[in-house]
Each structure stands twice: as C-alpha cells, then as structure tokens.
Design a protein around this ligand. Sequence first.
Ligand code: ADP
Ligand code: ZN
Length: 520
Amino acid sequence: MATIREAREALKLYFGYEQFRPMQEQIIEGVLQGKDVVVLMPTGGGKSVCYQVPAVVQPGMCVVVSPLIALMKDQVEALLANGIPAAYINSSQSADQQYAIENQCLEGKLKLLYVSPEKLLSSGFLAFLRRVKLSLFAVDEAHCISSWGHDFRPEYTQLKALKQQFPDIPVIALTATADRLTQKDIQEQLYLRNPQVYLSSFDRPNINLMVKPGRDRFNKITDFLSRKPNQPGIIYCLSRKATESIADKLKRSGFNATYYHAGMSANARAKAQEEFLNDDVQIVCATIAFGMGIDKSNVRWVIHYNLPKNVEGYYQEIGRAGRDGAKSDALLFYSYADVMSMRSMLQDNQNETQTELQLVKLERMQQFAEAAACRRRILLQYFGETMSKDCGNCDICRNPPTRFDGTVIAQKALSAIARTQERANMSLLVDVLRGARNAQVLQSGFDKVKTYGAGHDISTLDWNRYLHQMLNEGLIEMAYDQGYTLKLTEQSKQVLFENRRVQLVKFEETKQEEQAVKAR
Ligand code: ADP
Ligand code: ZN
C-alpha cells in the first residue's frame, strides 16, 4: 500500500507543490486505505489532486468519469506536461485512436484514463476494463447523478454498475455543488460502502454579496462599473441575444466589453475567452456557458443581469470572482417580472417531476433575492453549512432591515409541522395554519390538529414568506424527495422547546411590485 509520505513526494515531484491543502491530505489518506470517499469542495479547492496523486503512487490505473469532454483534453495535457502518463477516450475519437489507447491501458502504460459516462457504459467497455489493472474510479461532477440536483444527467445513474461490477475498486466521488439531498443521493446511487464524506467549507468570504431591484439595471451597472475601472468581470445574462445587446450598449457607453454564448462559432468563443484571460477586454457579457474550466484568478466582480434558475447555479457563477482571495463583488438584479418569465419558461418543460423540482428551486432562489437575513448565511445553509454569526460582507449585514419578534409565528408554524407529522408541503401547511377548508386539508384530516387555523390572521403570501425565511435560516427543511414536505431540524427544536427567539422581516417593496405586475 502506498503511504501518505509517498503521496507527498509525488505532489512535490509531479505537481511542484510543497504540501497538501488540509482537506486533501485526509482525503488522499482515505483513498490510499481503499475507502470510498465523497468530496464536496468548491471550484478551485483542489479536487483533482485528490485522485491524481493516488493514481500516481498506486499500482494500476485510475479511471476518471467526467461529463465535460471539452475539459478532458486540457486535464490530460496538463498531466502529460507534468510527466504523468494519461489519456482520454470518448466517442469523438476514431476507432483506431480508441484502439490504440485501449492497448496502452492493457499494457499498463497509463496512470489515468478519462472517459465520458457514455463511453464508459457503452457496450463492452466495462468488460474491457476487467482486463486492465485498476486502482481507483473517480466520478467527477458527481451531482449529475441526482435527479434532485440542478444538472441531472440520466446516464450518470448507470454508474452504479461500477460498484456492482468492480466491488473491490474504491470510488471517489467529487462535486463542487450539491445541496443536502443531492449529497445523500450521490452516496446511495453509487452504492458507496460506508463512504468518508469530506465537506470543505463553501464559504468565499472575500466575495461581497449584493442584491438590487431590477429597475433601471443598465444605469445601475454603468454606475457600478465607473467605480471599477479596468477591473475584469462577467455579466451573466439570460439569453444569447441579451449578451450581444448589453455588450453593444456598454461599448457605446465607452466600456471595453465583449460577449460569449454557446451559439457562437468555436473560433469566436475561443477569441472572446482569450481576450478576457489576457485582460485585453475588461467585461464579458455571457450566458452561463461561460466560465466552466476557465482559470482566471483575478475576476473582480460578477453581475447577474437576471435571476439565476437556482442557488447552485448562482453559487457557481459568483464563485468565478475572487479566486485569488482578494476583495470581489457579486451583484444580482432581482425583479418579480423576471421570476414570472422564468417560471413560464420552466413550465414548458415536458417532464412534470423535473418541472416541479425546478420551480421549487427557482422559488428558493427568489427567496434568497428577497431575503432579509445575511445572504452568506442563507447560501451556506443551502449547502448544509451553518454559520455561527452573520458575515458582515453582504448588503443585508451592512444595512440590516428592521425586524420584529416573530417567535410566536415561528412556533405556530413549527408546531403545525409537528402535528401534521411532517407530512405537509408548504401550501398544505399554510392552509392548515389559516384554517382553510379545502379538499386537501379535509382528506388529510389535518383540520383536526390542534394548530388548525392558529394563523388565520396572516395572509397566505406572508405565511409563504415567513416559511421561506425559516427555510433560509435552517429553522426548517424541505424534503424534495418526499413530496416537498416540510421537516423539523435541530434548530426548530430550540425554538419549540428551548425558548429560542426568531426575528422575521416584512417585504413591503416587492409586495408592491408584485401587485403591480399582477394588475397588468
Ligand atoms: P477543482 O477541481 O476543485 O476546481 P483544481 O483541482 O483544478 O480545483 O485545483 C485548483 C487550483 O489549485 C489548481 O491551479 C491547482 O493546481 C491548485 N492546487 C491544488 N492543490 C494544490 C496544493 N496542494 N498546493 C498548491 N496548489 C494547489
Ligand atoms: Zn452577511
């Protein structure tokens, strides 16, 4: 068995780094002991080393499953440049090329082989791998396996074949984005045996989080940019057309801007990317296609022109700012009209279960934008991390809204959740709290519970907002996999039984906007 000392030597010899980052060392120790491991680490945290170093020091070959064919090539080239024999294989290559690589595997010449899930699961490939001496499977972008995640790829669910057919080969699953349910799904669906789970903090304290009303956003942007001369940044837009028109408007206002989207030719995209990397252009207006695999550490700000579809996407996109650790800004524009148009877009989706999930995720995103509690606290809570105090580096912390003591309201909601045995989703719970007499309430028998009607004096809209605030603060949880029912948490028990106080906020401004949109 290879030792951690050998791993450290390999890190220095092949990668030129003096030491492991704290989490890397523990992860690699687990892998070297043959354990299954789950790694949740933000982009830039150094996940690759966690399987590349074990691959180098162990006998046999590590198979890396990655959905991003475009990035495989870069990874392999970087490894080769470091003197590590590696290759990738996917269906874009000719039969001859694939055959040659397979031969290298059989001869034991490779330390790492990158494959797409399609290739891995294509006929005969697993049988072929049986003839190769293997050390490890690394499943990159592991959140793609979960239909509760934001980037579900059905072919990933077939990866359970790895453990079924190779029970003795350890698996390391890695992702930079997974809410709690997705984390659980990764372990279950890959059939991992008692996996060691490493959750590194998702906090990026150097990024200042801000949300502004969407009205007049272009002027707000030029205003913002005038305070950021020559500082590189990205403006994420919803449509391809918008990237072009906003870049154009910025140029006419005297800014050095370009655009990027998946509808452009490969050449044009490479050019835009290159210009941005070399600081020849300051601003890229882009769809979310931009940024994957781009290693630019001095991005100073990220603007979301429109509300992202979900918190996972938002977190990944703002994470492209401030990789160097220096002060950076994330500015999100929010308008209720955006939510409406996004909602109707999602409803066009054919798959009903996915639509429902996407709508719930959009609603969480909306509630983040509307939130009146420390934004970082909410963001981290979403990924299962509880902060002990507010961050001091978001608009809410800098300018806290007025709150009122909402302990009694929270207690009513929590006791309704308890008395309905955690079997009500948000709309049913609100009906129960408000004492509604509709079919759903009557059928479930929840009109008999003690808290039925205890919150009749609060409007449905306000109840929704209060419950979302409670979700945001981890006072309750929502089980996507159990009909979106609301569940109690450790923190809810403190409110119910230990006299913990809860502060709530009202949202007058958005309420007015919402009414205006509805009246149109
Ligand atoms: P991720 O896959 O988590 O996004 P990478 O594996 O691409 O992150 O690593 C991010 C950056 O950190 C890379 O430039 C990598 O070379 C660097 N890096 C990784 N591990 C170390 C280390 N132990 N010491 C110094 N730099 C490291
Ligand atoms: Zn804060």
